[in-house]
Design a protein around this ligand. Structure first.
Ligand code: NAP
Ligand code: G4F
Length: 344
């Protein structure tokens, strides 16, 4: 019989890639979406699976809603991806972020516990929990030092996931995932902001890309690779926690330069700090400018992951390289503009 999966946050980047991955494996997929005035399924449409996923309403703030959804969809596996996932917004909305990203996970776990069914549960944890990282690279044993309301909420969620495993014997896995991106990434995250911004500059639709901290370093991989790792975690004999990462780090500045090259623009830097500018060599025009409005009250300067445990125990390894990822995102945004597709 086909396995059943319930994905919360299915309308998000990872939700769309994971739903496609599970459908290709023969799963029946229920996708939980929050009801908004503009229920936005564009990522499922872009993946060609909008009609293959059974969509159900879910508000992760509402326990009764979650319990009914879990009882009715009878999943073998739950992938809990729903979250307020934008770190910068969590400084503006710390209480809401905690309600969704921290207590929302307890609500999900309680619903699983109360249905008393052998459901395997994946929690979308994050490298942001390492924050002001105490070692490099970071692994499952690195101490946590979260630096934002988002990361603090996710750390609670991580530990409550571990706690339900230890207290009640539930099969709960926490995937500590480093940044993963794709052409379906939200436009507010730096990678997509850069590829879309530079593609717009190339098409004469934008003069200057305004950016925050160019020195920040991240370990960026491709979302399509990372959802496979989520699935592998739930196929093990024993639930555990795993880091998924590429093991490479690059600065935001590196990302901008490479995305520019993919679009035929050579960007050179002048000035430092908030006065730094990115100049396009051929035209001499300033096309990138630092705007301190995008700085965060507390920054995570460096993240780089060690995925040795996932490689050893799950047989997982990222496939798409950093340069291929940047090219995929830049070229997709450029094509969308060229073909005058709606930019979502
Ligand atoms: P995303 O694109 O922002 O998707 C998050 C989804 O959660 C969206 O579909 C959103 O619904 C939904 N959601 C938000 N609040 C909700 C609520 N109150 N009730 C129900 N649904 C709600 O994020 P993503 O990049 O796919 O990431 C998936 C998960 O992995 C998130 O938990 C994120 O924190 C975590 N994570 C991501 C990364 C990464 O690099 N991408 C790394 C580590 C961990 P709408 O579509 O209506 O907005
Ligand atoms: O793209 P970002 O907003 O992603 P961030 O904060 O690393 O969080 C993402 O990855 C986490 C995993 O580590 C997830 F848990 C989380 O849900 C999300 O998916 O910012 C990346 C870096 C930051 O250091 C930020 O300060 O880029 C820097 N940055 C510089 N200029 C900018 C900008 N970030 C954004 N969003 N916009 C800018 O203009």
């Amino acid at each position: 019989m086909a396995k059943r999966a319930l994905i919360t946050g299915v309308n998000g980047q990872d939700g769309a890639y994971l739903a496609k991955f599970l459908l290709d494996k023969g799963y029946l997929v229920t996708g939980a979406v929050r009801r908004t005035s503009t229920s936005d399924t564009h990522r499922l449409v872009e993946m060609g699976i909008a009609n293959s996923v059974e969509l159900r309403d879910l508000e992760i703030l509402e326990f009764n809603n979650i319990l009914r959804l879990v009882e009715r969809s009878q999943p073998d596996e739950i992938y809990n991806l729903a979250a307020q996932s934008f770190v910068a917004l969590s400084f503006e909305e710390p209480i809401y972020t905690g309600a969704v990203d921290a207590l929302g996970v307890t609500r999900m776990l309680e619903a699983v516990r109360q249905t008393n069914a052998p459901i395997r549960f994946y929690q979308a944890s994050t490298s942001e929990m390492f924050g002001k990282a105490l070692e490099l690279p970071q692994s499952e044993t690195t101490p946590f030092h979260p630096r934002s309301p988002y990361a603090v909420a996710k750390l609670y969620a991580h530990w409550i996931t571990v706690n339900y495993r230890e207290s009640y014997g539930l099969f709960t896995a926490s995937g500590i995932l480093f940044n993963h991106e794709s052409p379906l990434r939200g436009k507010e995250f730096v990678t997509r902001k850069v590829t879309l911004g530079l593609a717009k500059i190339k098409h004469g639709e934008l003069d200057v890309l305004e950016i925050g901290n160019l020195d920040s370093k991240r370990d960026w991989g491709f979302a399509g690779d990372y959802v496979e790792g989520m699935w592998r975690m739930l196929q093990q004999d024993r639930a555990d926690d795993y880091v998924l990462a590429s093991g490479e780090m690059h600065s935001v500045r590196d990302f901008v330069v490479l995305a520019g090259q993919c679009l035929g623009m050579q960007i050179e830097w002048q000035g430092t700090g908030a006065a730094e500018r990115g100049i396009e060599r051929k035209s001499g025009r300033v096309i990138v400018r630092v705007n301190p409005e995008f700085y965060r009250p507390a920054e995570v300067d460096i993240l780089c992951g060690n995925a040795a445990k996932a490689e050893r125990e799950l047989g997982w390894k990222r496939k798409v390289s950093f340069s291929d990822l940047v090219a995929m995102m830049a070229e997709t945004d450029e094509r969308r503009l060229r073909e005058k597709k709606a930019i979502l």
